[in-house]
Design a protein around this ligand. Sequence first.
Ligand code: AP5
Ligand code: MG
Ligand code: ZN
Length: 215
Amino acid sequence: MNIILLGPPGAGKGTQAQRLVEAHGMRQLSTGDMLRAAVKAGTPVGLQAKAVMERGELVSDEIVSALIGEELDAMGPGTGAIFDGYPRTAAQAASLDAILGARGRTLDHVIELDVDEDALVERICGRYTCANCGKGYHDKFEQPRIPGVCDKCGSTEFKRRPDDNEETVRTRMAEYRAKTAPILPIYEERGIVSRVNGMADIDHVTAAIEKILKD
Ligand code: AP5
Ligand code: MG
Ligand code: ZN
């Protein structure tokens, strides 16, 4: 099974992808996470992407599509893929078709997380992750069971993203509206789009996604 999670910044793509990974052994392919890893490692891609990401603009289509191809090649052919934050432009959607086709994969579902933009700034500005295992948390909406200790790995180190400030979030939202939302009709024509209320609490969103995957 290969699925796309589509939605604006803070919609919950990463949160839900992590849950699908745990429940089904699928693999999360987040271009945002790949780019952040490249920035941290100081690779040529990272050097190119850093300033663009800090502004909240989109990194080039060629770079992100190449990253996706490499990650898919590193996976077993039987492992399902969850595309999180990719594709984000019409060019990337076309590349994804080619990338999947070349590997004998097909796209099963595009799940759109429908959210109220005003709530997203609060979600994003309260977000942090475990510095060791990457598990996501939120100051208000998803706290560790023991304060200051990661539920998953026990680490006490956490981090926040440099692009999670109000000004950059506004640019990221504008980019989503201008370039990413317009790709939905491509998938609607194929009859594979399902809409989920992303304003429900995290468990309810997971349940709604699980239902779509079963149908
Ligand atoms: P990326 O990392 O993909 O960021 P994004 O799309 O802006 O999305 P986020 O990761 O901010 O949100 P999310 O939907 O994953 O939300 P989350 O689950 O964390 O991209 C970053 C940058 O990289 C881009 O700006 C661009 O520069 C570049 N880039 C990446 N991919 C690219 C591409 N394909 N092409 C070009 N450039 C690219 O949830 C947010 C918070 O809310 C969390 O704290 C969570 O706990 C909480 N939360 C989640 N769900 C709920 C809920 N239902 N109720 C309450 N709280 C919730
Ligand atoms: Mg994310
Ligand atoms: Zn952890």
